[in-house]
Design a protein around this ligand. Structure first.
Ligand code: AMP
Length: 416
């Protein structure tokens, strides 16, 4: 089978790496890919949001199955376009993708299908929003309705900061169209966790759990990032919590998807806030989370192509997922300065002597691998315990080198 993976991050490299282990897969194309994906397939120079050219490529190359990594092409309707052209593709349709593409749509869905979430109100009028800023007290949560590259959530602590944040969200160019509608939400405290699931519209299969580290600095300090590391399985999830998520979120989710006529043959990522025995949904994403994928897929024993194929045929009920007992740890190597200003183009050395290093922000330049983003590499290891996997990843890091390389030293350090 010929597969096409759309995207260029660590997530796509991991999916390509995993599909490369399937006997059913003969060729892998990644559009646009990175220096790492080139080692497991062929990169195609088409951007992830150029859905018309992706369609032409898939038709010309007679691609058997396409897997969409990032949210933007999904929200643009790539799955509808491909299916209209009789191509098989993994990802929810445009309506289903609104569960990520519009926060207001997601909240309405949750209210309608009784999925527990923070109280909220939506606004398109600046003055009205401004007069409601303290509606649920402080800190408060402001969200741009549309996609904002993970930057559309602001949590001001005071009335003054809230007024400024609202102004930036609705009146500046920074958020463009994404901020023309916003929601004001009740602030929830608790512990954050997430769950990824394979979905075919009728069956929903939760994956093994993962815990990510979003802050830039050790001790969970510093700015929010796309993720500085992960480990799997998460210590937060026991069977009781998993069952609770299943009953209170996943079952009503499937009911809702069916009642709304959504074609959801894709990945669901549920962001949760847990407090005591109460769980609330913070957000839905309609694709793999980048850092989580890098520890979850290496633990998957079931053939990933087989899973996607069954999802495509709405036969996911025939799959029973198998996982290795080994634990996984991924430490992200970032460019110094990330998530603010950083430089690109530095040569990366030492990659030939380490395995399971997933590329996020890299590219080939003059046959050398150079840095090409804020998060550069995800160094993943498996081990009989989290501690063993953790040690392996930090050992590997000693062999990798690039200018201004930065990483957290406390990923998966569970004993303190
Ligand atoms: P979202 O994209 O909606 O998940 O928001 C991104 C991040 O903002 C989450 O991972 C949380 O850390 C935080 N967040 C979002 N909504 C809330 C909320 N209602 N209360 C507290 N924190 C939130």
């Amino acid at each position: 089978m010929k597969v096409l993976i759309i995207g260029s991050g660590g997530r796509e490299h991991t999916i390509a790496w995993k599909l490369n282990q399937s006997e059913q897969v003969s060729e892998i194309y990644i559009a646009p890919g990175n220096a790492g994906t080139q080692a497991v397939g062929k990169n195609v120079d088409i951007k992830a949001d150029d859905i018309e050219n992706l369609l032409s490529f898939a038709l010309e190359e007679k691609i058997d199955l396409t897997i969409v990594g990032p949210e933007v092409p999904l929200v643009l309707g790539i799955t509808d376009l491909f299916r209209m052209n009789n191509l098989s593709i993994i990802g929810p349709d445009a309506k289903g993708s609104k569960l990520e593409g519009s926060k207001a749509f997601a909240k309405e869905f949750m209210m309608k299908y009784k999925i527990n979430t923070a109280q909220y109100k939506e606004y398109t009028d600046f003055k009205e929003a401004k007069s409601d800023l303290g509606l649920y007290g402080y800190p408060m949560v402001l969200k741009a309705d549309g996609l904002a590259g993970g930057k559309g959530v602001l949590i001001p602590e005071t009335e003054k900061d809230a007024a400024e944040a609202l102004d930036t969200l609705m009146n500046s160019d920074k958020f463009g169209d994404a901020g023309s509608k916003i929601i004001i939400e009740e602030f929830l405290d608790g512990i954050e966790a997430s769950m990824l699931c394979f979905v075919d519209g009728e069956t929903i299969l939760p994956m093994e759990t993962a815990q990510d580290y979003k802050r830039a600095l050790d001790g969970d300090l510093g700015l929010n990032t796309g993720g500085m590391g992960t480990y799997s399985p998460s210590v937060l999830f026991d069977d009781t919590l998993k069952e609770k998520v299943n009953q209170e979120v996943l079952t009503p989710f499937i009911k809702g998807v069916q009642a709304e006529g959504i074609d959801f043959r894709g990945i669901l990522f549920v962001g949760l806030m847990i407090k005591g025995d109460e769980i609330k949904v913070l957000e839905f994403n309609v694709r793999f989370g980048d850092p989580e994928t890098q520890v979850i897929l290496p633990r998957l024993k079931t053939d990933l192509y087989e899973i996607f194929d069954k999802m495509n045929n709405k036969e996911l009920d025939q799959i029973s997922l198998e996982w290795t007992n080994e634990k996984a740890v991924c430490v992200v190597l970032a460019s110094g300065g990330y998530p603010e200003i950083y430089k690109k183009g530095y040569e990366i050395k030492g990659l030939e002597s380490v395995d399971m290093v997933f590329h996020a922000g890299t590219r080939l330049f003059d046959d050398k691998v150079v840095t090409n983003g804020g998060r550069v590499l995800g160094v993943t290891s498996l081990g009989e315990s989290i501690e063993v996997a953790r040690k392996k990843s930090y050992e590997k890091i000693k062999k990798i080198e690039f200018k201004d390389m930065y990483y957290r030293k406390d990923i998966a350090k569970l004993d303190d």
